[in-house]
Design a protein around this ligand. Sequence first.
Ligand SMILES: *[C@@H]1O[C@H](CO)[C@@H](O)[C@H](O)[C@H]1NC(C)=O
Ligand SMILES: *[C@@H]1O[C@H](CO)[C@@H](O)[C@H](O)[C@H]1NC(C)=O
Ligand SMILES: *[C@@H]1O[C@H](CO)[C@@H](O)[C@H](O)[C@H]1NC(C)=O
Ligand SMILES: *[C@@H]1O[C@H](CO)[C@@H](O)[C@H](O)[C@H]1NC(C)=O
Length: 586
Amino acid sequence: MDRLDRSSKCSRLTLLLRNLAIAMVAYVAVVEVLSIYQTGSIYPLAKKRRPSSDTPKDNGPLSGGVNWRLRPQTLVAHINDAYLGPRPHVDTFANYTRLVESCRGSLTGLEKMKNVHDCLHYLAYAEKDYFFAPQDPPSRALPAYPAVEAAAPHTNETIGECPGPVQLFHTYWTGPATWRVELFVKAYLYTQNIPCSRLYLWLESDGFPHAVEDMLADKNFARFLPLVERGDIVLKAWKFPSRIPLPRGAVEEDPAYVGSKPVRRTSPDDPKTVRKEVYIADGVVRDEEDGSEWLVLTERQMTFLPVAVSDAVRFIVLHLYGGAYFDMDVMLLRDLRPLLLPPDHSFAERWAVHSHPGDYNTAVMSLAPNTSLSSYLVRGGIRMGLNFHPRIIGRMAWKDGRNEEFVMFETGLFDPIWGEFNWGREGRCAIPCFRDYGVAFLGGRGAVRDEWESYDGAPLELVQVGGPTGELRRRGNGEPASAQDETEAVKAGQGKPGPDGKYGGAPYALKDDKYPPNNRTLENFFRGAWSYHIHNQWSKHPQPNSWFDVIQKAHDGFLSGERTNPYGEKWTGPALLPYDRWPEFD
Ligand SMILES: *[C@@H]1O[C@H](CO)[C@@H](O)[C@H](O)[C@H]1NC(C)=O
Ligand SMILES: *[C@@H]1O[C@H](CO)[C@@H](O)[C@H](O)[C@H]1NC(C)=O
Ligand SMILES: *[C@@H]1O[C@H](CO)[C@@H](O)[C@H](O)[C@H]1NC(C)=O
Ligand SMILES: *[C@@H]1O[C@H](CO)[C@@H](O)[C@H](O)[C@H]1NC(C)=O
């Protein structure tokens, strides 16, 4: 017994030692593999390798040895910036019925739903068919509105005057100001009617109480501070409200609340004033004194706020303020005022080319505030356990027969390439032809295959660059370079090395450039669509001469006063800093 015990103790000890040894070997192996991966060396104490974006510099620039400072911005001889013509009159309404029928077809047949090319063509060239001047122009609705001709434009310090109601644009963000925030804001400034628009940037503040201060101190956001001061951009702290006001009588008509028995109680969150409140239904109270009705979230709901906060934000914010909501990965391309001005401007987008009338996407969405519809949607989301997934809410609205009030626009209006990924489009590809959301970032030669497949227009006139004639164009403006510019540019490349000492060497040669200039212009970027949806890809950067790079140059050219926007207007506000360069592509 004793011996047996001892020998078993002994064997247990051996077992333990063996296991320890195995664990140690495994640990060393893992550490070594990690260390080789991080440092590129088998010596465990070697220094960490620098991030990969730095490494290529040591082996020469990525873009084929070409000096990016000499790279022309475009090959197009005369860029047509003002391709949309004059901005629609400030009182213009869009005819939703025409837009829906022209891009969808009939409600049951959906004959045109999958033909985005023809929808875009209609949007671009048939404005007269779907825009109209309402009988009572909104600009004359209040005596306080200035006359259309007399309204002051925006200046360095003031946002100007709007002859009519101002439209609100909302977006939501968590974290620091990245390039994508800049792209969103600049696209907004590039396209919208500035004195008649305000941009509310909702910053997640339930988890980050200092979000607004942090944004004001963010160095990437600093370029927009003059606009915060001027009132264009309003930074708002988003906190999930515990009480949401409802328009009177909205609850009574909601079938979900039929048969609830009112219970009288005093408000638990307001014990001092002891307001008398009647609980008229699950989560809905009525103030006995003034008759106002409220949605009240329970403590439990406030503790377990939804993960998909942004899904809920848009419904609540639009119910409270009205206007339109855009996800940060939506880039505006046209003036939205004609869509937002009609009194019943409640709409969202179709979920790709799903044929179900309840399958909405809410990346772009608009609601008239404090209406029966807006409060119905908010009540529904809260009742379903704070679930505001657009397709859940949409199916609910469809079941309750309310989807006709909530207009569903086709993807051509806001996300023109979404149809490429579902059951196959009908008709031709859009212009440009994208088969993948990533290609808008690519600037390499031939990276976007067949992008001009559907372009039937005359090719744009091009300039010769770095060819046998050696003609160079100055960065930034549309004029051909003078002989003096040319020699200066070549000198900059050949004579002195750049600030980082890496770019002495040959003059610019188009054929060696990995990201050569090309004939892309915003004029041919999904013309007709009100926006382009990037669909996430938050950490990507645009390669030189990619579509997004071409768009950046158009934005910066406008905001620096050198170029016009698509409506042929000059920027009259404060000069804004240009986009940063991405040295990773040098
Ligand atoms: C809007 O379009 C519909 C359908 O074509 C048409 O019946 C209606 O008269 C139009 N409304 C206005 C105000 O033009
Ligand atoms: C919402 O509409 C009701 C009338 O239905 C009105 O009494 C209330 O003041 C409005 N609330 C807001 C926030 O505009
Ligand atoms: C751009 O160039 C391609 C050929 O490289 C051509 O097919 C296309 O039509 C051109 N597009 C424009 C707008 O000129
Ligand atoms: C506006 O500010 C810019 C500098 O940002 C300045 O060059 C310009 O003269 C100013 N315009 C007016 C009208 O004050």
